[in-house]
Every structure is written in structure tokens, then in C-alpha cells.
Design a protein around this ligand. Structure first.
Ligand SMILES: CC(C)(COP(=O)(O)OP(=O)(O)OC[C@H]1O[C@@H](n2cnc3c(N)ncnc32)[C@H](O)[C@@H]1OP(=O)(O)O)[C@@H](O)C(=O)NCCC(=O)NCCS
Length: 212
């Protein structure tokens, strides 16, 4: 049995949230969300687990989360849920940070922007994907995207988008597994790329378009 076969891809549940938040903070260090700390990021991922408009998968071996992916059918609806459920908790815990004008602007942009990136883009999003450094190159990232493609199709979604800082090496990962580059935009002062993936129609295990 190969190393990657000992790692299961399963739906993300509350019990995974703390490890997922840690992976996010360790591996997307430059992101504004990471700067708000473990407690805040846990609230965000807990809301994703609880929202019927969002879902996630984790790559797990012996209870250890080695990677995760989160997606939303409609990010605007999920953002509103996060705000509704956590507003007081978030304000209480993060008031000092939130009170800085730049952070208020960044918070709102982070929570609400994906849905406002253009009417011609799909409303479904791949929100975040991370594979722990020690587990990269084993095909887990691709398996996580494939699991999400299957789930999107079950929900009647055929196309989804993702946005990534143009400096991240993940740009090459997305292009390699079949995402199409559809545009650029500025977010928190940095340039980001927007990609779209059309999910293959056939009910095959390999849902991605593999040629670049
Ligand atoms: C991007 C990331 C999720 C890829 O995870 P991974 O498990 O190493 O990727 P896989 O092993 O599934 O790779 C699948 C294919 O993409 C290719 N690939 C992976 N990363 C690549 C990269 N940075 N550049 C080019 N190709 C890449 C692999 O070679 C593989 O190709 P193959 O199918 O022809 O063998 C991982 O590098 C990561 O967590 N990065 C940091 C977090 C991040 O930036 N996330 C995106 C923003 S939310």
C-alpha cells in the first residue's frame, strides 16, 4: 500500500476544526484571516461545518489532519451566517484589532468579497485548500479537489471559482489540475488571480481535466 493510500479523505466535522485552523494559519501566513489568530479561524471553519451552503473535506491519517479543503455553494450566504452566529463573540475577542480602520475594511473585504467579483463568475467557491508541508506531493491536494467536485455535482453545481494571491505557488497547482485563469484583481493591496473549474460531467473517480 502506498503512503497516500493510508490517508483517508473524509467530510470535515467539528472535531477537525481546531487542526484545520492550525493548518490554515501555518500555511497561509500572509492572509489577513490568519493574522486574527486561532480562535477566530476556528469560528470561521465551525460556521462552514454548520452551514448547509458550505462543506469541507479533510485528509486524515491516525486522527491527524494532513490537509483540508473548504467550499461554498454561495459564499455570500456563508459570510452572512458567520457574521450572524459569531458577531458578538468576534467583536468581544477581536475588538482591539477590529477597531483599527484598516482591519475593519479588510475584515469586510475578506468576508464579503468573493461574491462580488463579477456577475459572470460562478457563485460557488473553493475557499481554501492546504496540505501540510510533510504530506505534499502525494496527490492529496488533487484528491481533496476531486472530493469537492463530487460534492458540488451532488448539489447541482457544475462550475466553481477560486481566488489566490498571484505570488503563491498554488497558482501552478490550480493550472496543472485543470483550472482556467479568468482574471486578476487587487485585494488588500496584493494582486490575486481568479480561476474557474468546470466539473466533468461523467461519473468518474477522476473528475478533473488533467491536461494544462
Ligand atoms: C497547493 C497545495 C494544496 C498542493 O497540494 P499537494 O497535495 O502537494 O498537491 P498534489 O500532490 O495533489 O498535486 C497534484 C498535481 O499538481 C502538481 N502540483 C502540486 N503543487 C504544484 C505546484 N506548486 N506547482 C506545479 N505543480 C504542482 C503535482 O505535481 C501533481 O501533478 P501530477 O498529478 O501530474 O503528478 C499545497 O502545495 C499547499 O497546501 N500549499 C500552501 C497553501 C496554499 O497556498 N493554498 C492555496 C491558497 S488557499
Amino acid at each position: 500500500m502506498s503512503e497516500s493510500q493510508t490517508i483517508q479523505i473524509i467530510p470535515m466535522k467539528s472535531e477537525h476544526v481546531s487542526q484545520v485552523a492550525q493548518l490554515h494559519i501555518q500555511n497561509i501566513k500572509e492572509g489577513f484571516i490568519s493574522s486574527l489568530g486561532h480562535k477566530f479561524v476556528c469560528c470561521l471553519y465551525q460556521a462552514i461545518v454548520e452551514s448547509y451552503r458550505a462543506f469541507g473535506f479533510v485528509a486524515v491519517r491516525d486522527g491527524k489532519v494532513l490537509g483540508f479543503i473548504t467550499c461554498a455553494e454561495n459564499t455570500d450566504a456563508v459570510s452572512k451566517l458567520v457574521l450572524r452566529r459569531n458577531l458578538f463573540k468576534l467583536l468581544w475577542a477581536y475588538l482591539p484589532k477590529m477597531l483599527r480602520l484598516k482591519n475593519i475594511k479588510n475584515s469586510l473585504e475578506s468576508l464579503l468579497c468573493p461574491a462580488h467579483r463579477g456577475n459572470d463568475l460562478p457563485s460557488a467557491d473553493l475557499l481554501a485548500i492546504v496540505v501540510a508541508q510533510e504530506a505534499r506531493g502525494l496527490g492529496l491536494g488533487k484528491r481533496l479537489v476531486e472530493a469537492s467536485c463530487s460534492e458540488f455535482r451532488k448539489r447541482g453545481v457544475e462550475t466553481f471559482k477560486t481566488m489566490v494571491d498571484e505570488l503563491f505557488s498554488a497558482n501552478d497547482f490550480y493550472k496543472h489540475i485543470g483550472f482556467k485563469h479568468v482574471g486578476k484583481y487587487r485585494h488588500h493591496g496584493d494582486m490575486h488571480n481568479t480561476y474557474v473549474l468546470e466539473i466533468k460531467k461523467q461519473e468518474s473517480a477522476d473528475l478533473l481535466i488533467t491536461e494544462t
